[in-house]
Design a protein around this ligand. Structure first.
Ligand code: D41
Length: 694
């Protein structure tokens, strides 16, 4: 047995830890793509620190514990910080005792006696983003830089300029130099929207795109994005919390007043802050913000306490780049690792099939999580998530928990197969057994059962009854819920069999409302083929397509048996729509529902659309409506356009012929202008109708 320290068990462990920490730090700082949650990184780091403390001979100069993390990367100009950007000490004890310990330390350093009054603190949020220095000269933003290693950061002025909240010029300040420090972060809604867009791009075959594991990584990626046009599409926010270099400006005497002064200059400062007294005040703030954490629109990983009085701050000074007068008091981590036991498939109310991870329960962001979404098949495959893997779970805000990645280092030998949704379900909806389908360029598999599928029933009935579909008066959200949950109806056609006695047996259902519903149902039976088709909720068949189909086929039976080729003859019906229609009518239960509805007395005049011989001056023209018109509602304007043979689309593209814009028209108007598409107001539309579309 060798006694040399570099082959002992602690030495081998230290080497492994260093290697892992280096790899994780590279993924985190350079690739913006961490593999393990911060909490796990911290655990490894602390283990190494403890090991090195117990065996000082194992300490190496290049150990990650000896380095101030953060690196300057290629591609951006270096910025030397005139005043170094310090770090903040972290209190990892997430209990109130963490606040007590900080107050005790401050009192001790200041040599205060127990009888001395409480210390006053400024308490604020700890935003989970990226520290940035904004340099204003004579009130004008001249430079924005990342923290880097605290001494030297990167010049990211171009990207920071895209943040609308960051003033390019300060309100009433001619200070020669005013450096404002703060955190750039991404709101949770912006993050979700960004990832949704990324998933969509990936589903459409974009190869270089990825999703981000959390808002902080998305923000870091956006700030260091080399193309400012891309940075602009990743909406960031900013909160100010301190100062750097200052000359020609009187710094207020307390931190609380400093934040007020920054807000008056037009800088964003969080409203969630307070000046509090002593340890008790800190504990109360920590608790109050902890309760609000999920409801905040952005992630925080803790709160920050700062001695309020600047004179006291000076007395306290700092040790190894960390001020003694400030501390970050953490909350339970929002990301944790756990083991994936199984992957279930959930059917949503619109028929969307979502893979759901069944996990070994884990405490994340303050609650125990045992299920987490995997979003869709592409996402699951791209991350290569397999049963038996150790995965990273994120739970933040009231968003459903999600699996953000796999810790490949921990993959066991007996891991499961790559995920294959179709194979797993044998092509059938797990709720109703109907065929599942996935359109090209669509990220999600769906159940084609629609009206028949129990998971989609409530949604399908609501859609069926909606104003633009069968227009059943008196049948809303609550009632549908009651009808299904009470078991009064199980399928759509049963709606038309409801009698007054059964209805009045429902809670809060008087005779009058019951009669109203029955009358509403009776009235809805006289309809049009287009409305009926739209009401069926066939995937990809919206109102316009339903009208096209009704006009083209004239009779339901001709449509029921139309081949894909015949469907493709309908103007504006492409392969995806044709396939959806065919799949829908190929399901025996859907045919059955259609027959039962006809048997219940639903009827329309066949060949109504085809018999329409009125002039169609707008034939082949596509319109987009945006904003509020002075007299016509959106529906009325649409009806006028359609009566003249035109189409109304939801989004502006090169194929749009006219945009009709009213009051408060937004991005669609902008896009029309950009593309050089003619823009009409209501009067212009009326003129065009009169002129017959010329
Ligand atoms: O919200 C934050 N992440 C935050 C970070 C904050 N509210 N206050 C901070 N205060 C400081 C000192 C005390 C050094 C002025 C900080 C940071 N520093 C900080 N963030 C990253 C490195 C340092």
């Amino acid at each position: 047995m060798s006694t040399r320290s570099d082959s002992s068990a602690p030495a081998r462990r230290a080497a492994t830890l260093r290697e892992q920490l280096r790899e994780h730090a590279h993924r985190y700082y350079v690739l913006d793509e961490p593999q393990v949650p911060d909490a796990e990184y911290d655990r490894l780091f602390q283990e190494l620190q403890a090991l090195e403390a117990a065996h000082p001979d194992l300490l190496t100069a290049d150990s990650p514990t000896q380095r101030v993390i953060g690196q300057v990367l290629d591609g951006f100009a270096e910025v030397h910080h005139t005043v170094p950007m310090l770090s903040i000490r972290t209190e990892t004890d997430t209990e109130p005792t963490g606040a007590l310990a900080f107050d005790a330390r401050v009192r001790k350093e200041l040599a205060l006696a127990e009888t001395d009054p409480p210390v006053r603190y400024a308490a604020e949020l700890k935003f989970d983003g990226l520290a940035i220095n904004l340099r204003y000269e004579h009130g004008v933003l001249v430079q924005a830089a990342t923290r880097g290693n605290g001494e030297t950061g990167e010049d990211v002025t171009q990207n920071i300029r895209t943040i609308g909240q960051v003033p390019l010029r300060l309100a009433q300040s001619d200070a020669a130099v005013l450096e404002v420090r703060g955190e750039v972060y991404m709101r949770r809604d912006a993050f979700e929207a960004l990832n949704e867009r990324q998933r969509d791009l990936i589903a459409h075959g974009a190869r270089n795109e990825k999703t981000f594991v959390n808002p902080r990584n998305a923000a870091a990626g956006a700030v260091r994005q080399h193309d400012p046009a891309i940075a602009r599409k990743r909406p960031l926010s900013f909160f100010a919390y301190g100062l750097g270099d200052v000359s020609g400006w009187d710094i207020p005497p307390t931190h609380g007043e400093l934040l007020d002064a920054l807000a008056r200059l037009g800088l964003p400062v969080s409203q969630e802050r307070a000046v509090v007294e002593g340890a008790e005040g800190l504990v109360a703030f920590h608790r109050r913000i902890g309760e609000q954490r999920d409801a905040l629109p952005f992630d925080i990983d803790g709160v920050v306490y700062k001695v309020d009085d600047r004179a006291l701050q000076k007395r306290l000074g700092f040790v190894s780049r960390e001020p003694r007068w400030a501390v970050a008091h953490k909350y339970p981590a929002q990301e944790q690792m756990t083991e994936l036991r199984a992957i279930d498939i959930q059917v949503g109310r619109t028929g969307k099939l979502t893979p759901v991870a069944k996990l070994v329960p884990v405490f994340v962001g303050g609650t125990t999580v045992s299920n987490a979404t995997l979003h869709n098949e592409d996402e699951t495959r791209r991350k290569d998530v397999r049963v038996g893997d150790t995965v990273v779970v994120r739970r933040a805000g009231d968003v459903i928990p999600e699996v953000v990645g796999v810790v490949l280092d921990r993959r066991p030998a007996h891991v499961g197969e790559p995920f294959d949704l179709y194979k797993k379900l044998d092509g059938k909806c797990p709720v109703c057994g109907s065929a599942i389908q996935r359109d090209e360029g669509e990220a999600n598999w769906r159940c084609s059962g629609g009206l028949f599928c129990a998971a989609q029933r409530k949604h399908a009935i609501l859609h069926f009854a909606s104003r633009r579909a069968m227009d059943v008066e008196g049948l809303g959200d609550k009632l549908v819920e009651q009808l299904i949950d009470s078991g009064l109806i199980r399928t759509l056609p049963e709606l038309y069999k409801l009698g007054i006695a059964k209805l009045t047996a429902l809670e809060r259902m008087g005779e009058k409302s019951a009669q109203n519903l029955i009358d509403g149902l009776a009235r809805s039976k006289q309809t049009t083929l287009a409305r009926f088709l739209f009401a069926l909720g066939i995937r990809n068949v919206g109102e316009t397509t339903a009208k096209d189909l009704a006009r083209h086929f004239g009779a339901l039976d001709r449509l029921l048996d139309a081949t894909v080729e015949q469907l493709l003859e309908v103007p504006d019906v492409g392969p995806i729509v044709a396939e959806s229609i065919r799949t829908f009518f190929d399901q025996p239960h859907n045919r059955e529902v259609v027959e039962q509805l006809r048997a219940a007395g639903i009827h329309w005049v066949e060949n109504e659309g085809t018999a329409d011989t009125s002039p169609k001056p707008f034939a082949g023209k596509t319109f987009v409506l945006t904003g509020t018109l002075p007299t016509w509602t959106r529906d009325e304007a649409q009806a006028e356009i359609e009566a003249a043979g035109g189409k109304v689309s939801g989004s502006v593209s090169k194929k749009t012929h006219y945009v009709v814009a009213g009051e408060e028209a937004g991005s669609k108007l902008q896009k029309a202008t950009d593309l050089g598409i003619p823009v009409l107001d209501e009067a212009g539309l009326r003129d065009l109708l009169k002129a017959g579309g010329r």
